[in-house]
Design a protein around this ligand. Structure first.
Ligand code: HEM
Length: 359
């Protein structure tokens, strides 16, 4: 389906689902069920638990495929039973994400999408999916509408055609694949990834609002520790992961942070506007640490939680190190992002599926 058509469908669905309080699922869910054989590992898909009834076709039989161009409704594609290997689908989706990045320059928002799905994890809850984390629950309107997720619907619109092309892929995998691919394509480290995440099947499994960090908390370092320790991270990982702000921008209309535009953002690339943390905000490097330390350029953003990395004595050790030593930043970031991508995830097969041999 052409991207414009998908975007328009999704926009219609958003309106319809907001208007209809009985609808919970914004994105058609292919709730994946694993099926194994000796040589291959595939997935079946089943229809979502709840539909935006006015726009979607009735639930499909498991294993059937609806062609959006003929069905006239949203493409609730289900994969034919064990028709293609999951590994092939992952590789195909990765190629398509690379192409998408080349035309849309959407690296930052895809990284944020993966982070906001995984970063709801609570290590004190054992059960899946109640423990939240990388389980695809961010696709549900219930979670997408949280203030902290404002704007991420645009990331979902961008990758929805890829989801439809590779319907066996779980949303949870697609979100993490998109983030890792975006970081690598922006010049960042190769992140050791595994796949096979299962999707939470119902909006009932969305976490409550407020699990993600708030940039303006009154005591930013304490706040960062409270939120990231709940996920099982330590101080080094908090600082390394914060370095993701080497990419992207804040937009006041989304987060209330940042300027409407700066000399670095007014011409794009991609949708113009917002305020970036770095000059080259589509390049993954250690300039975030250099720039927030220097605080010299009014056109560059420093959130209270960014500033805390050079104010708190324990965070500062790592922030100073990463300012001087990009290689260590890349290594620590890749390790922390691997951990982030796996938070709360349930893998099938349990050991996960690895696309690339370890470097
Ligand atoms: C440390 C606590 C964090 C806080 C308080 C925070 C807060 C924010 C805020 C307020 C924005 C602006 C959103 C907008 O206006 O659209 C943002 C953007 C972003 N965040 Fe964070 N964030 C944090 C950690 C992270 C982490 C751990 C990652 C990834 C691993 C990340 C990745 C991003 C990216 C890539 C953007 C740019 C999105 C875009 O340009 O569309 N952030 N963050």
């Amino acid at each position: 389906m052409a991207e414009a058509a998908v975007a328009s469908q999704l926009s219609l669905m958003l309106k319809a689902s907001l208007a209809d309080s009985s609808s919970h699922s914004l994105f058609a869910s292919t709730n994946s069920i694993a099926c194994s054989s000796r040589s291959q590992w595939h997935r079946l898909s089943q229809p979502p638990p709840l539909f935006v009834s006015s726009l979607l076709p009735p639930p499909l039989d498991r294993g059937s495929v609806v062609n959006a161009s003929t069905s006239g409704g949203f493409n609730s594609v289900a994969s034919p039973k064990c028709a293609a290997s999951y590994t092939d689908q992952l590789r195909g989706a990765r190629e398509d994400i690379r192409e998408l990045l080349k035309s849309k320059y959407c690296h930052p928002i895809l990284v944020r999408l993966g982070w906001h799905d995984a970063g709801t994890y609570n290590k004190n809850v054992k059960e899946w999916p109640q423990r939240s984390g990388a389980n695809g629950s961010l696709r549900f309107e219930a979670e997408l509408k949280y203030k902290s997720n404002t704007g991420l619907v645009n990331a979902l619109k961008l990758i929805q055609p890829i989801k439809e092309k590779y319907p066996s892929l779980s949303y949870a995998d697609l979100f993490q694949l998109a983030s890792a691919t975006a970081i690598e394509e922006a010049g960042g480290p190769k992140i050791p990834m595994k796949y096979g995440r299962l999707d939470a099947s119902s909006p009932d499994h969305c976490p409550e609002e407020g699990r993600l960090p708030a940039a303006g908390a009154s005591s930013p370092a304490d706040h960062l520790r409270k939120v990231f320790y709940r996920m099982g991270f330590n101080d080094k990982e908090i600082v390394a992961l914060s370095g993701a702000h080497t990419l992207g921008r804040a937009r006041p209309e989304r987060s209330s942070w940042g300027k409407p535009e700066t000399k670095y953002t007014k011409n794009g690339p991609g949708a113009p506007g917002g305020q970036s943390w770095t000059v080259q905000w589509l390049k993954f490097d250690n300039s975030y640490f250099k720039d927030i330390k220097a605080k010299r350029d009014e056109d560059l953003l420093v959130l209270p939680t960014d500033a805390a990395l050079f104010e708190d004595p324990s965070f500062k050790v790592y922030a100073e190190k990463y300012t001087e030593d990009e290689e260590t930043f890349f290594k620590d970031f890749a390790e922390a992002h691997t951990k982030l991508s796996n938070l709360g995830a349930k893998f099938d097969p349990p050991e996960g599926i690895v696309l690339d041999a370890a470097p």
